[in-house]
Design a protein around this ligand. Sequence first.
Ligand SMILES: [Zn+2]
Length: 389
Amino acid sequence: MEAYYIVNDPKDPLAVKATEIRKQDYLFWKDAKPDLEDDFDITCHTLATRTGLSERRTRDITMALYRLAELPLTMALQETYYFLDFSRLITTDAVLSKLGDVPAETLERIDQELSRYLTPSKPRQVLPSNTNLRRKLNGLIAIENPSTEENKEAPTKNNSYFTYSSFSGKAGLAVEFDEATLIAIDEHISKAAEEHGLSKAEALAKLILGEIESRTKVVLHMYRAHDQESAPAFIRGFGWVSPETADNLRPAQTRDMDLAKEMESESYVTPPLIGAYVEGRDGVCRWPGCYRPAESCQKDHRIDHARGGKTAGSNLASLCQHHHNVKTDGGAFYIMDPHTGDIVWLFDDGRWEYDEPQGPLTPKNKNWALTVDQAIAARRAAAKERNES
Ligand SMILES: [Zn+2]
């Protein structure tokens, strides 16, 4: 069966109409966008007054289109399907802007992976939500920060710390650390917040001021390929990090997720190891389009435990509280491929939707990690050659 997104369903008049609107919107702006050089601000201003959009929006749209032009594979997809609206295009530019000026090969690698991510692989797939697209892009750029090899000369004491006043009597604090330190701090604050029923900001203040103590041991969950030399890693609750950061977070314990995939338990409650596999496979709630992280989801027994359903990866899926209720209340039901974790949702009105898992353990993400590993190995070899010559 041909793979496609539901937003592009040729048999659905509503989807066809919405695609036509997106296409016209895209083509309109592609044609109207100003040159970056001459009078960019004035042209944006004029365009804003003539279209009724804000100047900011006009600028964002323009920059998003110039960014897309740097990503030829992704642009080709867009100009075939017209599936990306401007919120998603602007998100793409906003995240990639964090990289600053990058070599062409970096953009090429991002384009390749992004177009692979955005290409539908199954029929009736739900288009990635803006939030999940942002997460994917953040993952792509996280591992692209110029390798420490090239930055070794740079001073290491460039951590920044500053305070600023906000509004209505509030003030803010902005700090910057290396990623490994920040991940540890964030996990510490999250744990204390959970333990004391506080917001993360309150927990941070009370910890620093000595009003509470954090007694819980901080545990970081990191997914990382063990058969690759410089694989990026996925930190639960944080996202993808570079191999350098992963190297700095030395785990006290390692668990084999290939074994966890095959494990079964008699108990109704999911044992931590099986749970870690399910979260690592799913990434987010499995309701198509939901972006709630798997670690804050419930583990749904596809076939009820009481009716003989196993407590095992092949019978468990991450569903957030809300979508778990939707499923329990009836009206929607799913079947799952026990090997790939692919899910087909079936609805009472006869519709169906395809959902692929998105976590670090999926074959797609494993392949990507391998590509990164090879790219980093090549980068290191080139740096070594430069140093030796
Ligand atoms: Zn959900």
